[in-house]
Design a binder for this molecule. Structure first.
Ligand code: FEO
Length: 174
């Protein structure tokens, strides 16, 4: 059973994941404005992933007999200095989300709420991957500097990214 505190924090997480979708959509818009379709695609997929994360928390709360209460979503950033700034902000944001998942895990563990611990394990692994993705592109952008050809090569690579429904959500839908 979810404690009041755990339920409250899980509800907040639905909001943080929805904000993440908003945040990455703003980055997609920036990339579209720069005609970088591959980078835009990276953030389009990222936005879809964040919506899926929100859905996973939303459904989990209901499955645990809790009630979801949605809050307003904050305004995302509108101006970015350059692509490196975009990915640096994205990386910092993912570090924040990781700290949120760890907080949830700490509460669930202290509560001996094993179903929630099991649910959150997927997110612990996912966050490692998310941080790695952002950090890798950040470092590549630092190497690229103002080499336009190299930037366009990376843009073409990122155009290949596709959204796949997270495994726990796909299983649930069956
Ligand atoms: Fe849902 Fe990017 O963390």
């Amino acid at each position: 059973m979810l404690s009041k505190k755990l339920l409250q924090e899980l509800r907040k997480q639905v909001g943080y994941e929805l904000y993440s979708a908003h945040f990455y959509m703003a980055m997609e818009a920036y990339c579209v404005s720069k005609n970088l379709d591959g980078f835009a695609n990276f953030f389009k997929v990222q936005t879809e992933e964040e919506r899926a994360h929100a859905r996973m928390f939303f459904d989990f709360i209901h499955r645990m007999n809790g009630e979801v209460v949605l809050d307003a979503i904050d305004k995302p950033p509108a101006n970015f200095k350059d692509l490196l700034d975009v990915f640096t902000q994205g990386y910092k944001h993912e570090q924040f989300v990781t700290s949120r998942i760890y907080l949830l895990m700490d509460i669930a563990t202290a509560d001996k709420e094993h179903a929630t611990v099991s649910f959150l394990k997927w997110f612990v692994d996912e966050q490692m991957e998310e941080e790695e993705n952002f950090q890798k592109i950040m470092k590549q952008l630092e190497l690229i500097g103002d080499n336009v050809n190299a930037l366009l090569m990376l843009d073409r690579e990122l155009a290949q990214r596709v959204f796949t429904v997270p495994a726990p959500l796909a299983t649930q839908a069956q």
